[in-house]
Structure formats: structure tokens, C-alpha cells
Design a protein around this ligand. Sequence first.
Ligand SMILES: *[C@@H]1O[C@H](CO)[C@@H](O)[C@H](O)[C@H]1NC(C)=O
Ligand SMILES: *[C@@H]1O[C@H](CO)[C@@H](O)[C@H](O)[C@H]1NC(C)=O
Ligand SMILES: *[C@@H]1O[C@H](CO)[C@@H](O)[C@H](O)[C@H]1NC(C)=O
Ligand SMILES: *[C@@H]1O[C@H](CO)[C@@H](O)[C@H](O)[C@H]1NC(C)=O
Ligand SMILES: *[C@@H]1O[C@H](CO)[C@@H](O)[C@H](O)[C@H]1NC(C)=O
Ligand SMILES: *[C@@H]1O[C@H](CO)[C@@H](O)[C@H](O)[C@H]1NC(C)=O
Ligand SMILES: *[C@@H]1O[C@H](CO)[C@@H](O)[C@H](O)[C@H]1NC(C)=O
Ligand SMILES: *[C@@H]1O[C@H](CO)[C@@H](O)[C@H](O)[C@H]1NC(C)=O
Ligand SMILES: *[C@@H]1O[C@H](CO)[C@@H](O)[C@H](O)[C@H]1NC(C)=O
Ligand SMILES: *[C@@H]1O[C@H](CO)[C@@H](O)[C@H](O)[C@H]1NC(C)=O
Length: 328
Amino acid sequence: MGICDSTMGLSNTLFVMTFLLSGAASIKSQAYFNQTGELPCLFPNSQNISLDELVLFWQNQDKLVLYELYLGKENPDNVHPKYKGRTSFDRDSWTLKLHNVQIQDKGLYQCYIHHKGPKGLVPAHQMSSDLSVLANFSQPEIMLISNRTENSDIINLTCSSTQGYPEPKKMYFSVQTENSTTEYDAVMNKSQNNITELYNVSISLSYSFHPETNNVSISCVLQPEPMETLLLSPPYNIGTKPREKAQHEQDHIRWITALLLILIVVCGMVLLLTRRKWKKKQPGPSHECETIRVEEKESEQTEERVENPEISAEVQCGGNILKTTSGD
Ligand SMILES: *[C@@H]1O[C@H](CO)[C@@H](O)[C@H](O)[C@H]1NC(C)=O
Ligand SMILES: *[C@@H]1O[C@H](CO)[C@@H](O)[C@H](O)[C@H]1NC(C)=O
Ligand SMILES: *[C@@H]1O[C@H](CO)[C@@H](O)[C@H](O)[C@H]1NC(C)=O
Ligand SMILES: *[C@@H]1O[C@H](CO)[C@@H](O)[C@H](O)[C@H]1NC(C)=O
Ligand SMILES: *[C@@H]1O[C@H](CO)[C@@H](O)[C@H](O)[C@H]1NC(C)=O
Ligand SMILES: *[C@@H]1O[C@H](CO)[C@@H](O)[C@H](O)[C@H]1NC(C)=O
Ligand SMILES: *[C@@H]1O[C@H](CO)[C@@H](O)[C@H](O)[C@H]1NC(C)=O
Ligand SMILES: *[C@@H]1O[C@H](CO)[C@@H](O)[C@H](O)[C@H]1NC(C)=O
Ligand SMILES: *[C@@H]1O[C@H](CO)[C@@H](O)[C@H](O)[C@H]1NC(C)=O
Ligand SMILES: *[C@@H]1O[C@H](CO)[C@@H](O)[C@H](O)[C@H]1NC(C)=O
């Protein structure tokens, strides 16, 4: 702090005192990444001094000026370029708003208020605020890396969550079976963007199925650093032996298709036979298939009917309707 090399004892003592005072009066403030943070000054102004008689300014911990209000007028001359156009002063609450907050903006800020009296500028108030910056991690998402195969009952999963700050406390898989819920802690794989300083995190799981295990529901849990709320991934559900189930369904379909084909062939044959008999006399309903309607096509030449019969027959058979038109 440079107290030792003091030549002006009084001013140094004052400096330490104000430092202690300001440390005690520090306010905690929180802002979300890319949003607006607040740096309050909390000036009571008990004497109701007009802004026209005051000089206000905010500095960061490196003494760079964010904003200055000089006797009621904004003075941009001393403002550091990185804060230009990013601040606005709320006269009612004596609060400086810092827009488009970045992770790098976290830290301590000082606000100073001086009163311009007849004897020059007199310190009137000082306040320090400690800004912390947060970014909400995205909802964790589980991705299947390798599926179960014929040879192995192992699946590999990863779970990832992006664009958060600060580093999360913990990340784990929660595997729920009929009987139990098991937590699988994993080492977090972190990567930090070198410009935004936001983190992406991921964990991996190699899960081996127990032969008797049926339904498994896997979810992924992220515990952010200010541990208010846990972030939960949508569950990743795995049912019972899905390959065999699919096989069964395929077998069913094949079986039904074969039956239908047989029925169609039988119907076709019966129809042929029926038609041949019908040419000689009226056919009766046959055993397998039922002739519903035998229609003669409307024709004005009714006499020619016997010589050139155009007959269409609809035969109902096993729920299927076969439409046959006898041509030549
Ligand atoms: C910051 O916010 C703006 C809108 O407010 C948005 O367009 C932009 O994508 C955000 N940037 C980041 C890095 O989130
Ligand atoms: C403070 O001063 C302003 C004028 O400068 C006046 O309008 C206001 O009523 C005063 N408020 C109090 C609480 O004295
Ligand atoms: C971040 O998450 C907290 C808690 O879930 C929520 O209250 C807040 O609005 C979120 N902020 C942003 C910027 O998404
Ligand atoms: C994984 O395998 C199951 C059946 O074993 C299948 O239902 C599922 O679609 C597969 N998932 C992927 C992503 O390949
Ligand atoms: C699944 O993960 C295990 C353990 O990390 C690894 O040994 C194995 O090779 C992985 N399998 C596949 C198919 O990626
Ligand atoms: C960590 O994640 C990165 C990006 O997602 C990936 O390239 C890398 O292989 C992962 N490292 C480990 C050890 O899983
Ligand atoms: C983090 O994830 C985001 C979104 O998936 C991606 O655009 C970005 O490149 C990732 N950053 C790092 C450092 O891996
Ligand atoms: C950020 O990282 C990228 C590669 O990941 C590199 O090309 C770039 O120079 C880095 N920028 C800074 C400011 O370090
Ligand atoms: C679950 O419990 C049932 C009955 O308690 C038992 O038969 C079965 O083996 C258990 N399954 C597993 C995976 O432990
Ligand atoms: C597995 O899940 C299905 C539906 O998700 C449910 O009908 C069945 O009862 C479950 N079986 C067990 C053993 O929990």
C-alpha cells in the first residue's frame, strides 16, 4: 500500500482510514453476463445538496474511471475507453449502471462524491461495491456416444453444458433402475473461452447393463457454484432389451403377411373355380370365401349377354376385398 515510504504522514493515515472505512462499507452486487450491473453509491445527501455543486465519479480497482459527473454535467474526458457508452447514472438512486457486463468486469469499484464549496472540493461520500458476474449454464444434455451392440452391454454417454460462469461445483450422472438410484461422479472436462471466459463442461459415463436390469433412466446433474438450483438434463431412458422386442414385432408382421398371402391365393383359386361352375349354373357360396355380389355390367344389348359376358365379381375374403373382372 506504500505506507512505509511516507513523507506526508497525515495524508497517508487518512488514506488508510478511508480504505478501512470503504472496505467496511463495501456492497455486494451481482450481475449476469451480457446484462446490466449496478454499482450503488448510497449517498444519503442529508443536506440536500444539488448535483450542480457535486463532483461524482466511479473508478475500478485499477483506478480507471467509468463515469464522471462534474457539477451536474457528464464529463467524458477522464472516462476510460473500455467504459465509454457502457454506463448510465441513475440520479434518483445514486447508482451507476454498467451495461453489457463481461466476466472481466467482476471486482471492486469505488464511487466518490465531492462537494464543491467555497474552499474547493471537499470529500462528501465514498462507497465501494464488489461486483460478481454470473452466467447461467445451459441445461445439461446427454448424448449417446456408443450404443449397445450384440457383443457388448455397455453404452457410452456424455453430458455437456455450455456458456456458464463460474466453474461449476460438481457434475454427475444419476442412474435410476427399478431398485435403486446411483450417482456416478465424474471428472469434469472444462474448456474456457479465452475471450468471454465462459466455461463449457462435460462428463462421460460408460454404463454397463446388469443382465436383470430392465428400465434404466439416466440423467445428468450440474451443480453451479452459487449452489441455489441444480440443473437437470432431460432423462435418457433405456428400455428392456430393445433388440429382442423389435425382433418379436418383426416376426409378428411376417407371420400375418404370410397368412394373408395364403388367403389371397386360396380365394383366387376358389374364385376361378366358382366362375367356371357359374358359366353352367348359378354358383353357391363356397366354403372359404363368400361371393357377395355378382353383377352384370349394365348393357343395353341384353341379348348379347350370354355370348359375351362381362361380369365383375366382388369376393369378400378374410377382410380383404378382391375385385375381379372377367374379360375374355
Ligand atoms: C448479448 O445480448 C445480446 C442481446 O441483448 C445478444 O444479441 C447477444 O447474442 C448476447 N451475447 C452473448 C455473448 O450472449
Ligand atoms: C431539495 O432541494 C430541492 C431543490 O434543490 C427541493 O426541490 C427539494 O424539495 C429539497 N428536498 C428536501 C427533502 O429538502
Ligand atoms: C439464471 O438462473 C437463475 C436461477 O435459475 C434465474 O433466476 C435467472 O433469471 C437466470 N438468469 C438469466 C440471465 O438467465
Ligand atoms: C441404440 O440402440 C437401440 C436399440 O438397441 C435403438 O433403439 C436406438 O435407436 C439406438 N440409438 C442410436 C442413437 O443409435
Ligand atoms: C466406451 O468407454 C470406455 C471407457 O471410457 C472405453 O474403454 C470404450 O472404448 C468406449 N467404447 C466405445 C465404443 O467408444
Ligand atoms: C473434453 O472436451 C473436448 C471438447 O468437448 C474434447 O475435445 C476432449 O476430447 C474432451 N477431453 C476428455 C478428456 O474427455
Ligand atoms: C462451448 O460451446 C459453445 C456452444 O456449443 C461453442 O460454440 C463453443 O465453441 C464452445 N467453447 C469452447 C471453449 O469449447
Ligand atoms: C484464443 O484462442 C484461439 C485458439 O483457440 C487463438 O487463436 C487466439 O489467439 C486466442 N486469443 C487470445 C486473445 O488469446
Ligand atoms: C431388483 O429387485 C428385484 C426384487 O427385489 C430383484 O429380483 C432384482 O434382481 C433386482 N434387480 C437388480 C438389477 O438388482
Ligand atoms: C418399464 O417401463 C415401462 C414403460 O416405460 C413400464 O410399463 C414398465 O412397467 C417398466 N418396467 C419396470 C420393471 O419398471
